[in-house]
Design a protein around this ligand. Structure first.
Ligand SMILES: O=C(O)c1cc(=O)[nH]c(=O)n1[C@@H]1O[C@H](COP(=O)(O)O)[C@@H](O)[C@H]1O
Length: 237
């Protein structure tokens, strides 16, 4: 069976836990994601350890955000790790995004638009007025113009962004919560089925899987539900 278009966020306090989660979910999902918690604790070696434990596609979520020259250097520094995907913050601007794209020609650079943990009230406090979807759309268009091949946005903005950037840009969607699970610090959320039906290419899911009693079974359950959504909507994963 084709693994589901899910990146499991391995936000673990230690490498053993992350490697265990990776090996449990690997039969069911296409991708695992290493983020700041693991990378800052263990450094680049964590990538080889996780690859050894799972062998699936690796998404490196460092959310780079700095001047173009610094981001070019930082992206170049992780080139040898050969991540399938690397995140940068879209608000770093077009020159910064372009610098990352040029530094890593064999990696999909994903521009994070507005974090899924931000509410519209939070956005107003940081100077982003109006509906989140307007700002996300503007950032998405700018990032794609700068060469980003993937975008990260919340489930609420999928249809708006897709209409703007077309079918060839990969939409990566965190803020995903299966029915009956808590939102925790996520604000702009939807179910995996809804996000997938709306056009997400890759769902990022962490705690609803890794915090469950049986991460392998939970991942398998969400994967099966996405297959049913696919059959019902005609959407191919
Ligand atoms: O870039 C990301 O992956 C990301 C962007 C965003 O806007 N929101 C967001 O939650 N994420 C990441 O997605 C994961 C979500 O984890 P859970 O909230 O546990 O499902 C975390 O690893 C976040 O770092």
């Amino acid at each position: 069976m084709t693994p589901a278009p899910i990146a499991v966020a391995l936000d673990a306090p230690d490498l053993e836990t992350a490697a265990r989660w990776a090996s449990l979910v690997t039969p069911h999902v296409s991708t695992v994601k290493v983020g700041l918690e693991l990378y800052l604790r263990y450094g680049p070696d964590v990538i080889a350890s996780i690859r050894g434990a799972s062998g699936v596609r690796l998404f490196l979520d460092l959310k780079l955000h700095d001047i173009p020259n610094t981001v070019a250097g930082a992206a170049g520094a992780v080139a040898r790790l050969k991540p399938a995907i690397l995140t940068v913050h879209a608000t770093g601007g077009p020159a910064m995004i372009e610098a990352a794209v040029n530094a890593l020609p064999n990696t999909q650079i994903a521009a994070v638009t507005l974090l899924t943990s931000l509410s519209e009230a939070d956005l107003e406090r940081i100077g982003v007025n109006g509906p989140a979807s307007d700002a996300v759309r503007r950032l998405a268009v700018m990032a794609v113009g700068a060469g980003a091949q993937a975008l990260v946005c919340s489930p609420h903005e999928i249809t708006t962004v897709r209409a703007e950037v077309g079918p060839d840009i990969t939409l990566i969607i965190p803020g995903v919560r299966p029915v009956g699970t808590a939102s925790q610090d996520q604000v702009r959320v939807a179910t995996p089925e809804q996000a997938f039906a709306d056009g997400a290419d890759l769902l990022v899911i962490g705690r609803p899987i890794t915090g469950s009693a049986d991460p392998g079974a939970t991942a398998a359950g969400i994967a099966a539900s996405l297959r049913r959504t696919s059959a019902a909507t005609g959407r191919r994963s």
